[in-house]
Design a binder for this molecule. Structure first.
Ligand code: ADP
Length: 636
């Protein structure tokens, strides 16, 4: 195979630049990243060999080994894991497979906390360029396909043939002048202890020692000259942290393990370490991260926990262990009930896994409940990062609906900006005459506060929950009620506040007084609305739009439009406030200059659209008419 040159994809170059610069002060983590890749490659091989024993061949002791060459100035990290073919080298080390990377890299460049955020991304392999001028990778798969990848991390890499015949991967770092400390035995020992002690495979290094020669009985020979001896030593303890007693684990150990399994740099927000007994027996060590990963809401978001069976690693990201709405959890589950010879197919069905999932879900929800009660500030931090994911549970997890409802936090009309209330707070503060729980979906708090729908509720001193997450529209109606109180959107038609009779009387009176304008208004707006009515829900505004109870909200329609999807036409209802002076003047206008009524109708409709954060179909025409009216007002 001849040597072939490839250019890195733009995002790789950007990422490289970012990693090298923003992570410079943490550059020692390159070792952890490369060892963790090696350990993943060994995991993959071990898993594949559960079904195909031949994969292991004679080389069945899975291990990682470091080699130092002081003369050449190289540090080499080897594993006898799954290996990579030529194509895999190109794909894995020349591109970033995940989409959305570009935007993320852009975001990182701007962010002050770039180094922390970058950890969520798992920059992994590229961190090698923080300490190396040149990186050479020889890799060989179990079937003997080998290739060599070389790069100086500056825009391109080369692929050529490799003579490597043993299964696995060998990464040779030509260390930078100022990175020679990574050839030092003590430094490497310390780094492995710090970052990779829990790695499930032995990490070896050749250690040179001077020893006094021994005689046949094993006694040191007197006065003999010390001899240089090289022996292979294991640098990591491989002790599975989750099997240790909680009291024996230091916070640093917990945090280091989190960094190891989560490939992250932040510290966990909360640690959940427990042993389940009874219907299913397992140990779990779970972490709630401090920050949400950038791809929490994309399909590619990594979901799942690492699954072990009796301390034997089975797989990464086992999806069956947690519901999707808890996908932010990281950690391990070690089961003592599952059969060791599991294959992916069995994992798909196993009822035992379902039991574990149930148990973990209940546990995590109860930990969150506790956190909310005992440390509201920390809980708020959690909620701001992961609340939107948690809400998905209202839709998918009927069994835990009540527990989830209690974990929700809301911006509300009664809370100060930046303060949040729970449903329990809300219900506790409800005035005696209030029957239902009211909510309004809007993009921002400012938009909610300006909503014409709010007036009538304010007048009655009813609090309104403001919802700003896209998902709210789907999940809130599903919650349906809380503690027997129905949840009602305040911008849907048919909202009844308090005294039905008084409201009906007022509308009747309005119809008698100015009812004549409804028909001409309706015909002027026949393309836009399905009806024009008087209503008692408004206080300060002249009019507002309401939707049928089953209609999509303005927010939702906007979202569908943004996604390029056709939105079925849903005409709204224009509701007029009979107490508003403008509405009261309309009959006069209809009498004196009926030709102007359609223009006023359009203006009223237009402002109602704007008030709910919607988009006008013809903004130019609207502003033209508005200008005309303004001019007339001046002329008068
Ligand atoms: P990540 O580990 O987060 O996926 P990396 O950039 O560290 O990102 O690695 C990219 C990919 O290269 C890995 O997902 C893996 O498929 C492959 N890879 C890296 N190192 C090894 C190795 N030692 N053995 C086999 N494959 C490897």
């Amino acid at each position: 195979m001849s040597t072939e040159k490839f250019e890195f994809k733009t995002e790789v170059n950007q990422l490289l630049e970012l990693v090298i610069h923003s992570l410079y002060s943490h550059r020692e983590i390159f070792l952890r990243e490369l060892i963790s890749n090696a350990s993943d490659a060994l995991d993959k091989l071990r898993f594949a060999s559960l079904q195909n024993k031949d994969l292991l061949g004679a080389d069945s002791v899975l291990k990682i080994k470091l080699f130092r060459d002081e003369k050449a100035g190289t540090l080499t990290i080897t594993d006898n894991g799954i290996g990579m073919t030529r194509e895999e080298l190109v794909n894995n080390l020349g591109t970033i497979a995940r989409s959305g990377t570009k935007e993320f890299v852009e975001q990182l460049k701007k962010a002050k906390d770039g180094p922390e955020l970058i950890g969520q991304f798992g920059v992994g392999f590229y961190s090698a360029f923080m300490v190396a001028d040149k990186v050479t990778v020889h890799s060989c798969t179990a079937s003997g396909a080998a290739a060599c990848w070389i790069s100086a991390g500056q825009g391109s890499f080369e692929l050529s043939a490799s003579a490597k015949a043993a299964r696995g991967t060998e990464i040779i770092l030509q260390l930078k002048k100022d990175a020679k400390e990574y050839l030092d035995e003590y430094t490497l020992r310390q780094l492995i202890k710090k970052y990779s002690d829990y790695v499930d495979y032995p990490i070896f290094m050749d250690i040179e020692r001077e020893e006094i020669p021994k005689d046949q009985t094993g006694q040191p020979i007197e006065k003999a000259k010390p001899e240089k001896k090289i022996s292979e030593e294991q640098l990591n303890s491989r002790k599975a942290l989750w099997t240790k007693n909680k009291a024996e684990i230091t916070p640093e150990e917990y945090n280091d393990f989190y960094k190891h399994i989560g490939h992250s740099y932040d510290t966990p927000l909360e640690i959940i370490h427990y042993t389940a007994e009874g219907a299913s027996e397992f140990k779990a060590l779970l972490y709630i991260p401090e920050h949400a990963p950038f791809d929490l809401f994309t399909k590619e978001s990594a979901l799942g926990l690492n699954l072990y069976i009796k301390r034997v690693f089975i797989m990464h990201d086992c999806k069956k262990l947690i519901p999707e709405y808890l996908r932010f959890l990281k950690g391990v589950v070690d089961s003592s009930d599952l059969p060791l010879n599991v294959s992916r197919e069995i994992l798909q069905e196993d009822a035992q896994l379902e039991k574990i999932k149930k148990n973990i879900t209940k546990k995590v929800l109860s930990v969150l409940k506790n956190l909310k009660e005992k440390d509201p500030e920390k809980y708020l931090k959690f909620y701001q990062e992961f609340g939107a994911a948690l809400k998905e549970g209202l839709h998918y997890d009927y069994e835990n609906k009540d527990a989830l409802a209690d974990l929700l936090l809301f911006d509300t009309s009664a809370a100060a900006a930046g303060q949040y209330r729970s449903l329990a707070d809300y219900v506790q503060h409800m005035p005696k005459d209030q029957k239902d729980i009211y909510y309004l979906i809007s993009e921002t708090r400012a938009q909610a506060l300006a909503s014409p729908h709010l007036g009538a509720l304010k007048a009655k001193n009813y609090e309104v929950l403001f919802l700003h997450d896209v998902i709210d529209e789907f999940v809130l109606p599903q919650l349906y009620e809380y503690k027997g109180k129905k949840l009602q959107a305040i911008d849907k038609a048919g909202l009844e506040l308090g005294d039905k009779q008084a409201s009906a009387d007022k509308i009747k009176a309005a119809a008698e007084k100015f009812g004549g304008i409804l028909t001409p208004l309706k015909s002027a707006l026949s393309a836009q609305v399905q009806d024009v009515r008087f209503s008692t829900r408004l206080t300060d505004s002249a009019c507002c739009l309401t939707a049928d109870e089953n209609a999509l909200s303005a927010q939702m329609q906007k979202m569908f439009k943004a996604m390029g999807q056709a939105v079925p036409e849903q005409k709204k209802i224009l509701e007029l406030n009979p107490d508003h002076p403008l509405v009261q003047l309309l009959p006069q206008l209809a009498q004196k200059s009926p030709e102007k009524l359609p223009i006023y109708a359009k203006m009223l409709y237009g402002q109602a659209v704007i008030a709910e954060g919607g988009k006008l179909d013809d903004p130019l025409e609207f502003s033209r008419q508005l200008n005309e009216l303004l001019l007339k007002a001046v002329e008068v």
